[in-house]
Design a protein around this ligand. Sequence first.
Ligand code: PLP
Length: 376
Amino acid sequence: MIPAPVIAAFHPPRRTLLGPGPSDVSPQVLAAQSKPIIGHLDPLFVGMMDEVKALLQYAFQTRNEMTLAISAPGSAGMEACFVNLVEPGEKVIVCRNGVFGDRMRQNVERCGGIAVTVDHAWGEPVDPAAVAAALAAHPDARFLAFVHAETSTGALSDAKALCALAKQHQCLSIVDAVTSLGGVELRVDEWGIDAIYSGSQKCLSCVPGLAPVSFSAAAVAKIKQRKTPVQSWFLDQSLVMSYWSGGAKRAYHHTAPVNALYALHEALRMLANEGLEQAWARHKAMHLLLRNGLDALGVQFVVAEPYRLPQLNTVYIPPGIDDVAVRSRLLQQYNLEIGAGLGDFAGKAWRIGLMGYGARQENIALCLHALQQELS
Ligand code: PLP
């Protein structure tokens, strides 16, 4: 017998999470998660899932029937879009302006697709003119894939213009909205987005581990016409849908993360009660407050003003400042988490997230006070 380890219960501290996610989760959502578990095929739970679907349709601004939350993090949402849509030999125009665009390329190649990358400097938004040129140069492309809100750089791209270009070239659009959903304007039906995925832990301020996704009728038709079965059993949307849209006839596919879905239900209800447009405006207002304070401290933004994500503020670490030492003091002395730079920006930039429930004045005051102490 391996002896049982003697380990104390885990008591996490109460931190203020102003990094790239997970964001702070409101007590209301945490309380929802600790409600009694019921069976995942219990009629009451099934009814709650129908409500989650309606709330997700609101958050995405879509009437897409295939709208649901995958029982896994945002990366599984990304993978679900690619494995369901891209078949071997199909060409995908992939825009890269940070870490997550490159993950899209890797997904395309793992599906046996051909990725044609349109590269941008880090911190730049995706350039519609460069994408138009790539679409014109590759008339056989079937998809256009891009990240709406690049979390590694803090740049916002023009999803409406990019999806219009995809349509002009008979391509389906695949959009990463992990950091954008709930934080900036996003209109799936109006902008003609075909496949979109997000994560529960950013501007929805829910616990991590769920990936909202939505597929348009054209995307569903493409999935139905597949010549080869989807290589992932778990992420095969035609199988998952029988669980999500079966109503009373819901069939077992996998055991849903019941309590995490309670949390998502509550987080989405809070978003609906606030109103999407109000939530977008709140993120913008909080960003401006933070920006004014950072300007006063002489801290420079990485991204040019028109393309800045309000919910993810990427700033250069001032010269002579020890990145790791400052971030660990913020954590220890202020219980405050800000994000490190990622990829090309590691050691050069900080990422200050103002996401969902975290996008509040008192958090900005704490962050500015702590940074002022550290930088002066
Ligand atoms: N795409 C973007 C833009 C992200 O910011 C992230 C996570 O930060 C992901 C995808 C992957 O999501 P997850 O970490 O939930 O798997």
